[in-house]
Write a protein that binds this ligand. Structure first.
Ligand code: ATP
Ligand code: MG
Length: 569
C-alpha cells in the first residue's frame, strides 16, 4: 500500500527530524510544577494542578455505561480523589503499600486509583474478567494490603489465603460492613475533601502492571512517578493533544494502555477524557464518538477489525466528523485496517508500538509525518531504537533482528516484582533493552514489526514473520482474522500453518482454501503461503485483544497451554 502524506494542521510536533535533533528530556521536566517546587506526585500534576490553575470548571471525565451517565470537572476529580485518599488512609495505607483495584470501569475506579497515588501507594489495577486463580496469583505476588472491588467480583477473592491483604473496600451503596470487608461508597461520602499529598521521590513506585500474558505467565512490571515525563511528552507529540480536545482511549485500566493513556497522559495534558464502561459494541462505540464529539481516539487493531466486520453501512448512520486524530496499539496494525480507516472515517490510523515494560509509547506515527501502512513508524524524540543481532551488533537496514532500545528513558520499568533475574534478562546485551519483538528498519528509519522473536518462522531456510502473512490473509475478502505459526516439519524445518476465522457469509471449501493460498503466494511470496490451514469460529485472544499464538502452537503440537488467566472465554 502506498505511503500516506503528512496531515496538514497546527500539530504539536511540526518537524520530526528537527525535534529529534534538539531533544532534551530536561526540557520536558521543566514544564512540571515540581521542577520549581520540588514537590513530586503524578496525581497532583494530573488533577490538582489543573484544578488550581484555571481548569477547575473544565470537564476532566465524561463517564457513561448502560446505567450511569456522569461528568466530573477537574475540581470535582480533585475532591473525590482526595476523599478516596482519606478512605485509604483510614485503612492504614502507607507510602509504598500496594493497593489493588479489581473492578469494572466506573468513576470510583478513577477516584480510588488517583487517591492511592496521592498518598504514595503503589496501585495495581486488575481486569474485571480475572477468575480466582489469576486474582490470587497477582495479589499474592504483590503482597497487596488493600483491595477495592465489587460485590460480584468479591467471590473471586480468596481472602483467607492472602495473609498480606488486610482490608477489602466494596463499591456498592447497599453493602453492609463485615469484618475486614467495608463499604466504599459511604466512606467516600463521609471522608474529608482535603488531604495532605504525600510528596515522593521521582523514583518511588507508582503502579504495578501485570503484562498481557500473550507469551507466558504475566509479569509484575513496576513503574515510578518519573514516568509522567514521558506520558506528558507523548501526550503532546504522539496523541497531539491540544487544550480543547475531547479524548477517548478505549482500553481498560487493567492493561497498561488504560492507565498510561486512559488516565495519566490525557490528564497530565489537562484534556477532557471520555470513559465508556461496559463491553465492546460497534453501535455503542460510534455513539460515544458522536455524542461527546471525540476528537482524538486511541484504540486497538482487534477493535478496528471488529468494527470493520460490523460493516461500512453502520458507520454512515453516525456523525463521526469530530474525529481529528486516530491511533492504535497492542498488536500489529494491518495495512488493510489503515486502508479501511481512510475509506470510512477519512482518517489515517496511526500505529504506536510500546509494551507494558516500556511504560509509554516508543515507536510511533506522527500526524505531521508521512505514514507507511504496516510500519510502526519512528522512535519518539528522546528514544533511540535499533535492530540488533543476538550479540548486540546493530544490523543494517532491511535486516530482520531484535528490536532493541538504548537503555534509559523516563517511563522504563524499574523492576519485575519479586523477580530480579527476569528483570535482568531484558538487559543482557550491554547498553540495550531487548524487547523480545522482531522487526526491521527501512532505509528511511521506519520500523516494521515482524512478530515476537519466538514466533518467527524458519521455513526452508527463509525467515518469515507471522505478521506479514497474517496481514496478507486479512486482505482476502473472506478472512476476518488470522493467526500464523510455524509447525515443525522434517523437510522444511517448519511449515506455515494459518488459523483462520472467516467473515460472515463464507464457508470453508477446497476452492476457497486454494484461493486463499494463491492469494498469499502471488501477493507476498511462494514460501510465505500457508501449507496448512485450519478454520475456526474465532481465535484464542487475550482479554486485551491479542491473538495468542502460543496457544495455537500448543494446540497444534499437543503441548500444555500454560497460563491462560488472561485468555478471553
Ligand atoms: P506478555 O509479555 O505477558 O507475553 P504481551 O507482550 O502481549 O504479554 P503487553 O506488554 O501488553 O503484553 O504487549 C506488548 C507487546 O504487544 C509488544 O511486545 C508487541 O509484541 C505487541 N505490540 C504492541 N504494540 C504493537 C504494535 N503497534 N505493532 C506490533 N506489535 C505490537
Ligand atoms: Mg511482552
Amino acid at each position: 500500500m502506498k505511503a500516506l502524506p503528512a496531515i496538514e494542521g497546527n500539530h504539536n510536533l511540526k518537524n520530526y527530524e528537527e525535534a529529534v535533533q534538539n531533544f532534551d528530556w530536561e526540557n520536558v521536566r521543566k514544564t512540571f510544577s515540581w521542577h520549581k517546587t520540588g514537590k513530586v506526585n503524578l496525581a497532583y500534576e494530573a488533577i490538582d494542578y489543573h484544578a488550581e490553575n484555571g481548569k477547575g470548571e473544565q470537564v476532566a471525565l465524561y463517564y457513561s455505561d448502560a446505567r450511569r451517565d456522569e461528568s466530573y470537572t477537574f475540581a470535582e476529580m480533585k475532591t473525590f480523589s482526595n476523599k478516596a485518599a482519606n478512605v485509604l488512609k483510614e485503612a492504614n495505607v502507607k507510602k509504598g503499600d500496594r493497593v489493588f483495584i479489581f473492578m469494572p470501569r466506573t468513576p470510583e475506579l478513577y477516584f480510588t486509583l488517583l487517591g492511592a497515588i496521592k498518598i504514595g501507594a503503589i496501585v495495581g489495577p486488575l481486569f474485571e474478567a480475572f477468575m480466582e486463580g489469576a486474582v490470587r496469583d497477582r495479589l499474592e505476588d504483590s503482597g497487596a494490603k488493600v483491595l477495592i472491588t465489587t460485590p460480584t467480583l468479591l467471590e473471586r477473592v480468596p481472602f483467607d489465603d492472602l495473609p498480606d491483604l488486610e482490608t477489602v473496600l466494596v463499591a456498592d451503596e447497599t453493602y453492609e460492613d463485615n469484618g475486614p470487608f467495608l463499604q466504599l461508597n459511604k466512606r467516600l461520602q463521609a471522608a474529608p475533601s482535603d488531604v495532605a499529598i504525600e510528596w515522593v521521590d521521582r523514583e518511588d513506585g507508582l503502579i504495578l502492571h501485570y503484562t498481557s500474558g500473550s507469551t507466558g505467565k504475566p509479569k509484575g512490571v513496576l513503574h515510578v512517578h518519573e514516568a509522567m515525563v514521558q506520558h506528558y511528552h507523548t501526550a503532546k507529540v504522539v496523541l497531539d493533544l491540544q487544550p480543547d480536545d475531547i479524548y477517548w482511549c478505549t482500553a481498560d485500566p487493567g492493561w497498561v494502555t488504560g492507565t498510561s493513556y486512559g488516565i495519566f497522559a490525557p490528564w497530565l495534558a489537562g484534556v477532557t477524557n471520555v470513559v465508556r464502561g461496559g463491553r465492546f459494541s460497534p453501535t455503542d462505540w460510534y455513539e460515544t464518538i458522536q455524542r461527546y464529539k471525540v476528537t482524538v481516539w486511541y484504540s486497538a487493531p482487534t477493535a478496528f477489525r471488529m468494527l470493520m466486520s460490523a460493516g461500512d453501512e453502520l458507520v454512515k448512520q453516525y456523525d463521526l466528523s469530530s474525529l481529528r486524530h486516530v491511533l492504535s496499539v497492542g498488536e500489529p496494525l494491518n495495512p488493510e485496517v489503515v486502508r479501511w480507516g481512510v475509506k470510512v472515517f477519512d482518517k489515517r490510523i496511526h500505529d504506536t508500538w510500546w509494551m507494558t515494560e516500556t511504560g509509554a509509547q516508543m515507536i510511533c506515527n506522527y500526524p505531521a509525518m508521512e505514514i507507511r501502512p504496516g510500519s510502526m513508524g519512528k522512535p519518539i524524540p528522546g528514544v533511540e531504537a535499533a535492530i540488533i543481532d543476538d550479540r548486540g551488533n546493530e544490523l543494517p537496514p532491511n535486516r530482520m533482528g531484535n528490536l532493541a532500545i538504548k537503555k534509559g528513558w523516563p517511563a522504563m520499568m524499574r523492576a519485575i516484582w519479586n523477580n530480579e533475574a527476569k528483570y535482568q534478562s531484558y538487559f543482557e546485551l550491554d547498553g540495550w533493552y531487548v524487547s523480545g519483538d522482531s522487526a526491521y528498519m527501512d532505509e528511511d528509519g521506519y520500523f516494521w514489526f515482524q512478530g515476537r522473536i519466538d514466533d518467527v518462522i524458519m521455513t526452508a531456510g527463509e525467515r518469515v514473520g507471522p505478521f506479514e502473512v497474517e496481514s496478507k490473509l486479512v486482505e482476502h475478502p473472506a478472512v476476518a482474522e488470522a493467526g500464523v505459526i510455524g509447525k515443525p516439519d522434517p523437510v522444511r524445518g517448519e511449515i506455515i500453518k494459518a488459523f483462520i476465522a472467516l467473515r460472515q457469509g463464507y464457508e470453508v471449501t477446497d476452492e476457497l482454501k486454494e484461493e486463499i493460498r494463491q492469494f498469499v503466494k502471488t501477493g507476498l511470496a511462494a514460501h510465505a503461503a500457508p501449507r496448512e490451514m485450519e478454520f475456526r469460529k474465532s481465535l484464542p485472544k487475550t482479554r486485551s485483544g491479542k491473538i495468542m499464538r502460543r496457544v495455537l502452537k500448543a494446540w497444534e503440537l499437543d503441548l500444555p497451554t500454560g497460563d491462560l488467566s488472561t485468555m478471553e472465554d
